[in-house]
Design a protein around this ligand. Structure first.
Ligand SMILES: NC(=O)c1ccc[n+]([C@@H]2O[C@H](COP(=O)([O-])OP(=O)(O)OC[C@H]3O[C@@H](n4cnc5c(N)ncnc54)[C@H](OP(=O)(O)O)[C@@H]3O)[C@@H](O)[C@H]2O)c1
Length: 396
């Protein structure tokens, strides 16, 4: 069996979502650890007046790419920015680009998605389901495709007690939903959304589940694997420890706690904080493509699913998160902290409620014991904006 870098040697790779959190790490790791890779084509839409090429040029200037730049100064020559908006017909690809991609791509990583939990259902369907369908259609036209990797989420099936490495029946047939959403206006869709979601908490997990079904139904003879990470956090080791570029989910909570702004949060101390470092997820993703791709003639064709989660062997609980946050930020304080970090995760809704009250103008208000209110910008990544009261006299 070839090694991972050997497998990628001479290959043309296509990545969607390369400007996103995980896509960037994927691009960096692929180029750094597999120096024989021929080219990385990245589908990028223009944004804020910047063309795809300019966006990529900006992106590779960031610290994440420092190590790669040092090891391979000419790495940028291998990145080909292709203009594409995944929500537009034909992915908005020019005929020329379609011809190039269908004739040269060997491996596809489909990472792009909307990860906003509260995205309107129609928009979440557009990107998470319909764009996946367009990518699969493009993949069918690729003459030299060896493997198609779809990045899903471990929470696509969060309504289940046990999530095995299989695709589960979807909440509704995605084809029927696509047809229905076509004639419904936005108001009707938003009225219908809670009923459609059923046990699922949001449109994100719902549409990611539908995308998995779409992949299974429409992959035909493509060699496909699905990666399901849980909550993706900062890097563990690569390219250096602690890299992250967003305040989504727990990262925002950690920063707010470290700054001393967040003092109380409702969480079950015994629940598993299923955080996986981004470099672990990306290594799994690259290895999954290597396995499926290099074994494509040796094993019967089947859709492989990889749950990339912490699992049950060595679980890390939210109760431990509280201890780690407080200890870490006391030992290594953040710059310009508002006061000493001391977050409390409370499973009891009443005690949490006691320390948390919504303020009418939707600003985050942190109050010291002397009652002096201090206004802060709303916490990034935390959907509900709340008033946080200090509950001990340590103050500022
Ligand atoms: N982050 C997590 O904790 C986590 C956990 C489990 C699974 N996942 C999955 O991992 C994948 C990547 O997540 P992420 O955290 O990297 O997300 P992200 O940072 O929000 O990145 C999303 C990417 O999709 C691209 N995109 C969005 N709309 C597009 C469009 N219309 N046309 C072209 N590109 C478009 C974005 O491009 P722009 O820069 O142009 O916006 C960006 O590159 C997703 O499939 C997600 O479901 C993430």
């Amino acid at each position: 069996m070839v090694t991972i870098p050997e497998y990628y040697e001479g290959k043309n790779v296509l990545i969607t979502g390369a400007t996103g959190f995980m896509g960037k790490v994927l691009l960096e790791k692929l180029l750094r650890s597999c120096p024989g890779v021929k080219a990385a084509y990245v589908l990028v839409r223009p944004k804020a007046g910047q063309a795809p090429e300019a966006r990529i040029a900006d992106m590779i200037n960031c610290k994440l790419f420092d190590r790669l730049r040092e090891e391979q100064p000419d790495f940028a020559e291998k990145i080909v920015a292709v203009n594409s908006d995944l929500t537009k017909p034909d992915l908005d690809l020019s005929t020329e680009d379609q011809e190039t991609l269908t004739s040269c791509i060997n491996i596809v990583f489909h990472c792009a998605a909307t990860i906003r939990f509260n995205e309107p259902l129609k928009d979440a369907m557009q990107l998470n389901v319909l764009a996946t369908q367009k990518m699969v259609n493009l993949a069918h036209r690729m003459k030299h495709l060896e493997v198609f990797i779809h990045v899903s989420t471990a929470y696509a099936h969060c309504d289940r007690e046990l999530i095995e490495e299989v695709v589960y029946p979807p909440p509704v047939d995605y084809r029927k939903l696509i047809d229905t959403l076509e004639w419904m206006d936005d108001k009707l869709v938003s009225l219908m959304t809670p009923k459609l979601l059923g046990e699922r908490p949001n449109t994100y997990t719902y549409t990611k589940a539908l995308a998995e079904q779409l992949i299974q139904q429409e992959c035909g003879n493509l060699n496909v694997a699905i990666i399901r990470p849980s909550i993706v956090g900062a890097s563990w080791k690569e390219p250096f420890p602690g890299w992250i570029d967003n305040f989504n989910g727990p990262s925002g909570i950690f920063i707010a706690a470290g700054k001393g702004i967040l003092r109380t949060m409702r969480a079950s101390n015994n629940a598993v904080a299923d955080l996986v470092p981004v470099d672990v997820v990306i290594n799994t993703t690259l290895a999954a493509a290597w396995y499926s791709g290099s074994q494509r003639h040796a094993r019967p064709r089947s859709l492989l699913v990889y749950n990339c989660t912490t699992g049950g062997i060595n679980p890390f609980h939210w109760g431990e998160v509280e201890y780690c946050i407080n200890m870490t930020f006391k030992t290594n304080p953040l710059e310009q902290a508002f006061r000493r970090p001391n977050v409390n995760l409370r499973s009891n809704p009443f005690t949490n409620q006691y320390w948390t009250t919504d303020d009418e103008d939707n600003h985050t208000v942190a109050q010291g014991h002397d009652g002096a209110g201090v206004l802060h910008e709303p916490l990034v990544g935390v959907e509900h904006r709340q008033r946080y009261h200090a509950h001990e006299p340590d103050g500022i």
